[in-house]
Design a binder for this molecule. Structure first.
Ligand code: ZN
Length: 108
C-alpha cells in the first residue's frame, strides 16, 4: 500500500496500484504524484495464527530455524525477527514476507 499525493489538486489518497496506473480519485489526473510506501510493522499475531491454523509445533519450527523456542515466543509477542529468520519463516509457511506486516497505525 502506498500513500499518494496528487500534485495537481494536492489531495492525499492510498493505493496499491502500480505507479503507471494511478489516477487521482479527486481530479481524475494521472499526471503527477508524490508517492511513498506506507510504514509497516511486524505483527506477531500473524505468526501465532499460522502456527495454530496449520497445527505446527513451535519445537519443530525452532529446530528448522535453529533458534530457541523463546525466540519464537518473542516474535509472537511482537519482536521482529532478523532478516534470515524472516526468510526462513516465509519458506516454512510458504508465504510472502509482507503477510507478517501490518500498516503502522498512528497510535502510540
Ligand atoms: Zn488530483
Amino acid at each position: 500500500m502506498k500513500a499518494v499525493r496528487c500534485n495537481i489538486c494536492a489531495r492525499d489518497f492510498k493505493t496499491d496500484k502500480l505507479n503507471a496506473k494511478i489516477r487521482c480519485p479527486n481530479c481524475n489526473s494521472n499526471d503527477s504524484f508524490s508517492i511513498r510506501e506506507l510504514p509497516v510493522q511486524w505483527d506477531g499475531n500473524v505468526l501465532k495464527k499460522l502456527i495454530k491454523d496449520n497445527k505446527f509445533k513451535i519445537t519443530n519450527l525452532s529446530l528448522y530455524l535453529c533458534v530457541t523456542r523463546q525466540s519464537i515466543a518473542n516474535w509472537i509477542n511482537g519482536m521482529c525477527p532478523k532478516g534470515m529468520h524472516l526468510v526462513g519463516l516465509c519458506r516454512y509457511f510458504d508465504v510472502l514476507p509482507e503477510v507478517f506486516f501490518t500498516e503502522k497505525t498512528e497510535r502510540r
